[in-house]
Write a protein that binds this ligand. Structure first.
Ligand code: SF4
Length: 218
């Protein structure tokens, strides 16, 4: 007979399956990097690859819920081709990324947020730039879906070659850090507060007294 406790375990397991299916085999070799690893703090991405500890059940639920629109619209969105995974090489490093929808001259990324931002988040714009490079498109749309009031807002993002060149440098930097076993510099931001590696990162001590303006933003 099913109990409340067993049911909770099954729900946690189902969330974990959805999350694992979405990210594929992990970790890949050091000459393969994912777009999402490049557009956040490189040190965090490095920790995530090297410290194989799986996230807690609660964290997995939050990650899947945080990506709700992406999961829910997978089957139901009527335009373009569904989720596509591609790989393209840059100076010996293979970059992998997957977009939610691919249209003839653009691509679409769905993002679930608590509140629609006044402008798209920098990390989402950076992801879109790398996706445009990967899929060879001149334009992208970031579509925010608010989980608090149900509003939807689409931002159009034009391709920016300068931004792409700088992101490709980050690709090299991250792959090199994995190959050499060197931990990337911390890239502190307000997101550090939510970082699961904050306790081991020692970002505060390392940047104490240093000019952090030199740190590349993710
Ligand atoms: S605490 Fe901040 S600087 Fe350190 S790994 Fe996490 S996001 Fe990066």
């Amino acid at each position: 007979m099913i109990s409340g406790e067993l049911l909770e375990k099954i729900v946690y397991t189902s969330f974990r399956r959805a999350w694992e299916e979405d990210r594929g085999g992990f970790p890949p070799p050091s000459d393969i990097v994912y777009v999402t690893e490049i557009t956040q703090c490189l040190r965090k991405s490095w920790y995530r690859r090297t410290l194989a500890e799986p996230p807690s059940d609660n964290k997995v639920v939050l990650m899947v819920m945080g990506d709700g629109a992406h999961f829910l619209l997978k089957e139901s969105f009527p335009l373009g081709a569904g989720e596509e995974l591609v790989e393209r090489e840059y100076e010996g490093v293979k970059i992998r990324g997957r977009v939610d929808r691919l249209l003839e001259d653009s691509l679409i990324e769905f993002k679930t947020v608590s509140r629609i931002p006044k402008q798209p988040y920098d990390s989402h714009v950076a992801q879109s730039q790398l996706y445009m490079w990967l899929f060879n498109k001149p334009k992208a749309y970031i579509v925010y879906v608010s989980r608090s009031d149900g509003r939807v807002k689409a931002y159009e993002i034009a391709r920016d070659e300068e931004a792409i060149a700088s992101l490709l440098q980050r690709v090299k930097k991250f792959s090199d850090a994995l190959k050499k076993g060197a931990i990337p510099e911390p890239e502190q931001s307000k997101l550090c507060e939510y970082c699961e590696y904050l306790n081991i990162c020692s970002a505060r001590e390392e940047t104490n007294g240093k000019d952090t303006s030199a740190t590349e933003s993710s």
